[in-house]
Design a protein around this ligand. Structure first.
Ligand code: ADP
Ligand code: ADP
Length: 225
């Protein structure tokens, strides 16, 4: 858990300004949702926070730490992608364990943490299966468990439900809201789905053309569009 602060963050690709002077604080434990039309910079902003892409100007702080120049692996964030990005040749257990194995944690510790994360996302019975045997919703749960297991200060989710069918999307929405409560984590969630934003967010950040257009609670934005 930590506060996330973006101070005058800008990102250019050549002459194109994808993110322009964004300043924003997301409070410790808050569920923030980035919305806006395709190409407005939602994913880019998330990648900058994760450190997957270097920023052109400005600063990013997580808690008291200035992480602006820290590479991705050293920031206390975990990202969940729309495409799940699972390893097809590995079991569910090994997919979830992967970040801990990279840290060379003790075997017993890894087993305990993986089982706990799997339990949180209701995957305990599927640990020996490979991703190909799972449904879309279960695959996304594996990706979420792999993020939980690192105990990051901040969860970054980039359209995690977009590949699921409508019924499952609605179910996963409430599961993610519940997960957020259980973990008490700071969440930054990207979606182009207005309803998803309205039902899940503590605060919605509307982006347009790489700039923050509006920030408010779902009620604020509903009443004062
Ligand atoms: P969104 O997630 O809101 O749909 P993106 O953050 O993916 O938007 O993209 C914002 C803008 O930045 C788009 O115009 C996109 O084409 C551009 N962009 C994103 N990544 C790159 C890149 N690596 N190189 C050049 N332009 C990029
Ligand atoms: P550490 O191993 O770093 O000492 P703990 O295992 O004691 O941390 O967990 C710290 C907090 O995070 C606890 O309050 C615990 O309930 C919560 N927590 C950790 N992992 C999970 C998980 N997978 N699901 C739900 N809550 C978790």
């Amino acid at each position: 858990m930590a506060r996330l602060e973006l101070a005058n963050v800008s990102k250019s690709y050549g002459a194109f300004d994808a993110i322009q002077n964004v300043s924003l604080a997301i409070e410790d434990g808050e569920f923030a949702v980035f919305v806006g039309p395709s190409g407005c910079g939602k994913s880019t902003l998330l990648r900058l926070i994760a450190g997957l892409d270097p920023i052109s100007d400005g600063a990013i702080r997580i808690g008291a730490d200035d992480v602006t120049r820290r590479p991705a692996g050293t920031r206390s964030v975990a990202m969940v992608f729309q495409s799940y990005a699972l390893y097809p040749h590995m079991t569910v257990f090994d997919n979830i364990a992967f970040p801990l194995q990279m840290e060379k944690r003790a075997k017993a510790d890894i087993r305990q943490q993986v089982e706990r994360a799997a339990n949180t996302v209701q995957l305990t019975t599927r640990l020996k299966d490979r991703p190909a045997k799972l449904s879309g919703g279960q695959r996304q749960r594996v990706a979420i468990a792999r993020a939980i297991v690192r105990k990051p200060d901040i969860f970054l989710m980039d359209e995690p439900l977009s590949n699921l069918d409508a019924a499952l999307r609605i179910e996963m929405r409430s599961e993610l809201t519940q997960l957020h409560k259980t973990l008490g984590a700071t969440m930054v969630y990207v979606t182009h789905d207005q309803l998803e934003a309205m039902t899940m967010a503590d605060r919605i950040v509307v982006l347009n053309g790489g700039k923050v257009e509006q920030v408010g609670t779902p009620m604020d934005l509903y009443h004062y569009p």
